[in-house]
Each structure stands twice: as structure tokens, then as C-alpha cells.
Design a protein. Structure first.
Length: 115
């Protein structure tokens, strides 16, 4: 993989920022400015090293965290949606269903052993 150390650095830096702020609105422009690189370079580096876009990675983090919160069973779907960065419960529910195949309400208090 013709690795360029600076590209790896950009990708890792972006990943760390997204990990810390996965539940906030993040733009590639903001990430690129924070890291000190162009948007196109950052997009290309992230895709090269993580084999997905920055936004698909953020969505993955949001969905994984939402699943954990729902499985705990002590928060309503609307609260979970807001906690992971979605203002609109129906948008969250639609995306969650696409990602996991079931609506978020089906996961309330359910652990993976119950599948």
C-alpha cells in the first residue's frame, strides 16, 4: 500500500477527532482545518487507511453506541437518538433499521444473546 506517513497521520488524527465528537455535527472542512490539511487530501487519506468515508465511520460509531444504550433498556428511543447525535427520532429510527434490520424499539433491553 504505498504508505505516505503524512497521509496516515491525517487519517489517524481525523479518526481520533471523530471518536471524541461522534455525536456532534462534524464537517470535513472542520476536521481538515483542525488537522491542517486540505479536505480532498483528508478524504482520500481516511478512505485509503480505513476503507470507508469519514461520515460512514461516524455513522458506524453512532449506531454501535445507540445499540449499546438501547440494550441497557433504561432510556427511551428519543433520548438515545439525541445522545448519539440525531435531533430527529424518525430519521434515527430509519437509519438504525437500515443498519441493524430492526427498529430501535425492538432492541430496548435486549442483549445479543436473545437473538
Amino acid at each position: 500500500m504505498n504508505a505516505k506517513p503524512f497521509e496516515l497521520h491525517y487519517a489517524v488524527a481525523a479518526r481520533e477527532l471523530v471518536l471524541k465528537r461522534y455525536n456532534q455535527k462534524i464537517t470535513v472542512r472542520d476536521l481538515a482545518e483542525t488537522i491542517g490539511v486540505g479536505e480532498k487530501t483528508l478524504r482520500r487519506a481516511f478512505k485509503k487507511y480505513y476503507n470507508q468515508t469519514i461520515f460512514s465511520y461516524q455513522k458506524q460509531l453512532r449506531m454501535e453506541q445507540a445499540l449499546q444504550l438501547l440494550q441497557q433498556g433504561d432510556k427511551p428511543v428519543k433520548q438515545v437518538a439525541r445522545m448519539v447525535g440525531y435531533r430527529n427520532e424518525s430519521s434515527f429510527s430509519r437509519l438504525f433499521r437500515q443498519y441493524y434490520g430492526d427498529p430501535p424499539s425492538a432492541w430496548l433491553g435486549r442483549d445479543e444473546m436473545q437473538l
